[in-house]
Design a protein around this ligand. Structure first.
Ligand SMILES: Cc1cc2nc3c(=O)[nH]c(=O)nc-3n(C[C@H](O)[C@H](O)[C@H](O)COP(=O)(O)O)c2cc1C
Length: 230
């Protein structure tokens, strides 16, 4: 894992997939709170990604701090440092994983504001990028409504948001002492979702035939323009 966050205490090397092509994931929770349950969930996701042969670039929402979007500010001062950091780290990775809190049946305004800033870059970095969404909440729905609303701007920007989203209900009591999901069935589903997403990212990043099939399915011929690789 980059950014100096060691997860060595919880390695399960026997699960690693040594035959995997290199794949890099930007991983962060969209919460500013120190004791964030979404940060806890995404930290577990990062451990599993590493165990299954991926590289994790672990970030914090504070790395991407930006003022409210204002086109006058953009025109006069350019992009703020937090937007520049998010733009660069999206581009440096093959895919992203976000654990987002649910605020009032939607996702946090701070994340929307960040997405709005970064959407003004050209080339626009969400386009054709694979993303996995997850949430944790004390509620019984696990914050799942927030993820449905988060899909909208991301898919609008061309991100390929993985169909399965993982929401952890009653999250304040869902982890064991090692930070794993205590319920075995849920834990298994979480891991399977992550591995399936990793397989897709690996195929999309390294196997041209899979990429071609994807665009053909959408009815677009694979040309320099429609591949959106600017
Ligand atoms: C402004 C606000 C609105 C919230 N709205 C919801 C909600 O609609 N649904 C929900 O499940 N939890 C809601 N919560 C509770 C959050 O899920 C809870 O605070 C959670 O711990 C936030 O995630 P974090 O721990 O990663 O910061 C809300 C919390 C705040 C501060």
């Amino acid at each position: 894992m980059t950014q100096g966050h060691s997860m060595d205490s919880d390695k399960v090397d026997s699960d690693a997939n040594p035959s995997r092509e290199p794949i890099r994931f930007l991983v962060f929770a969209a919460s500013l709170r120190g004791a964030s349950i979404n940060a806890k969930l995404v930290r577990r996701a990062a451990e599993l990604i590493e165990q299954h042969g991926g590289t994790v670039d672990f970030a914090f929402m504070t790395d991407f701090d930006v003022p409210s979007y204002d086109q006058d500010v953009q025109d006069s001062e350019g992009f703020p440092a937090g937007a520049e950091a998010f733009y660069n780290r999206l581009n440096e990775n093959d895919a992203f994983v976000i654990a987002s809190p649910e605020y009032n049946a939607s996702f946090p305004g701070a994340l929307k504001n960040l997405i709005d800033w970064v959407s003004r870059y050209r080339p626009q970095p969400f386009n054709a990028r694979q993303g996995l969404l997850m949430s944790a909440s004390p509620s019984m729905s696990g914050g799942n409504r927030g993820l449905w609303s988060l899909r909208v701007p991301l898919e609008h920007l061309g991100a390929r948001i993985y169909p399965d989203m993982f929401s952890l209900a009653q999250a304040q009591q869902a982890f064991d002492a090692h930070g794993r999901i205590a319920n075995e069935q849920l834990s298994d589903r979480f891991e399977k979702t992550i591995v399936a997403f990793m397989d897709l990212v690996e195929a999309d990043t390294h196997y041209h035939c899979a990429k071609k099939a994807w665009f053909e399915y959408l009815g677009e011929p694979l040309t320099a323009d429609t591949a959106r690789e600017e």
